[in-house]
Ligand binder design. Structure first.
Ligand SMILES: Cc1ncc(COP(=O)(O)O)c(C=O)c1O
Length: 451
């Protein structure tokens, strides 16, 4: 059986896709995918020669930009040398990748367990926390995404979880800080931080601190809003974890590896977790890779007792060689500094200016190359431009915004009532300004919905 949607694109790639490829998170018959023929730097294009400035970095993972020649060369070189090796053996690419990642992590996080992506990273992080503490429960926030395998989707707070419920036993949700839509009626960042911590302390009290293995947080919440934690919040979570012997897990899958203008987002607040889940930006997805960076204390638990988890492709040489090359390129090209510059000097000021001119903009927020523009119907009531988890006609205004961007040569990242500004960290100042000007123009397309 085939289900083909109408499209001007009738290439074999398009036809075979519609006939045989089953896509993530989608009603298959409603899809009309662009056939991506190539990409370079911050742009990609289709077979007909239409091109877009990639303001989504695909899935917020191509931090280094498309087709970086040195990264491509490193993968080719490794392919010639050794393509695959079982996880039990040692291998130079894997060893070096682990050392380089451990060197970037806080002082007592010295070991790396490699996975193929982010879900396996968060999944294994909680497995380690449970093995280490002998406890079952895991606390996560409602506004979060941690991956789509059974444990990771149960940890996830957003609606993608609903289709997989009841999921894994032992996961308890709480509210994290979100000053613009405070669950705590806070009127300042300081109040939000204090009240969110007090709420978390209450959840720990009623769940029983001694039953909780881990608290899992996206250091800066990604898809669910680019929620930057107010100062003091992460330290407060760290203190609660220490008080109760709970493992603190930072999910840095989206916010890590330069996205926030730091190697790891938590570096900005000087707070060290016990486990770091990473993926995406570690090698910009040129070859699938993720992993967990592990504290000495947790690694020691598994020094003489076997760790109960594994993957055929854990520490795959092609993936690890690309991580080694990518970290080297980041250092050589000063990509972290560039990301910080883009945020501080270009994106932040430009979005703040847009917020003053567009009635549809409720709030802009972010850091580094990780920004959200929250669209509203009414700035006073903060009613979102489209409802939470809207689809179909209810989501039309966001569809209009996205279509306007694409028609002008920019591929946006949109989620619910927000658009995120998340191009590659290597984007030039001029390309960033070009993309922001398109966003500015497209906000005018939806301003009429706002009061
Ligand atoms: C914060 C976070 N954690 C985990 C994941 C899951 O990663 P993957 O899709 O590689 O399994 C994602 C993916 O977007 C993510 O943003």
């Amino acid at each position: 059986m085939t289900s083909v949607t109408s499209s001007v694109d009738t290439s074999a790639a398009y036809r075979d896709d519609r006939a045989h490829v089953f896509h993530s998170w989608s009603a298959q018959a409603l899809l009309d995918p662009v056939v991506v023929a190539g990409a370079s730097g911050s742009r990609f294009w289709d077979e007909a020669g239409n091109s877009w400035l990639d303001f989504s970095s695909q899935l917020v993972n191509v931090n280094i930009g498309h087709q970086h020649p040195k990264l491509v060369a490193a993968i080719k070189e490794q392919a010639d040398k050794l393509c695959t090796v079982a996880p039990i053996h040692a291998n130079d690419a894997r060893s070096e990748a682990a050392r380089l990642i451990a060197e970037l992590a806080p002082a007592d996080l010295n070991k790396v367990f490699f996975t193929n992506g982010g879900a396996e990273a968060t999944e294994n992080a909680i497995r380690m926390a449970r093995g280490h503490t002998g406890r079952l429960k895991v606390l996560t926030t409602y506004r979060s995404y941690h991956g789509s395998t059974n444990g990771a989707i149960t940890m996830t707070g957003d609606p993608r979880r609903w289709g997989s419920e009841p999921g894994m036993p032992g996961v308890v949700k709480f509210w994290g800080p979100y000053p613009y839509r405070s669950a705590f009626h806070a009127t300042s960042e300081a109040e939000e931080s204090e009240r969110a911590l007090s709420h978390l302390a209450d959840v720990i009290m009623v769940e029983g601190g001694h039953t909780i293995a881990a608290i899992v947080l996206e250091t800066v919440v990604g898809t669910n809003g680019v929620l930057v934690p107010p100062d003091g919040y992460l330290q407060g979570v760290r203190d609660l974890c220490d008080e109760h012997g709970i493992v603190m897990i930072a999910d840095e899958v989206m916010c890590g590896f330069g996205r926030c203008g730091e190697w790891f987002a938590f570096d900005r607040w000087g707070v060290a977790p016990d486990l770091i889940a990473f993926a995406k930006g570690v090698n910009s997805g040129y070859v699938p890779l993720g992993g967990v960076v592990i504290s000495d204390a947790i690694a020691d638990t598994f020094a003489t007792k076997a760790y109960q988890g594994g993957l055929t492709y854990s520490g795959h040489p092609l993936a690890c060689a690309s991580a080694v090359a990518s970290i080297g390129i980041f250092k050589e090209e000063g990509i972290i500094d560039h990301a910080r510059h883009l945020g501080d000097d270009i994106v932040g000021p430009a979005l703040a200016d847009m917020a003053t001119r567009h009635p549809s903009v409720g709030e802009v927020r972010g850091l580094g190359v990780f920004w959200a523009i929250e669209l509203v119907r009414d700035r006073a009531t903060r009613e979102p431009l489209v409802p939470y988890n809207a689809s179909g006609p209810a989501a039309a205004p966001m569809g209009e915004f996205a279509a306007a961007c694409k028609a002008r040569g920019l591929w946006p990242f949109t989620h619910f009532n927000r658009t995120h500004v998340v191009p590659p960290l290597t984007i030039s100042d001029d390309e960033m300004r070009e993309g922001l000007a398109i966003i500015d123009e497209c906000l005018s397309v939806v301003d009429h919905y706002a009061a």
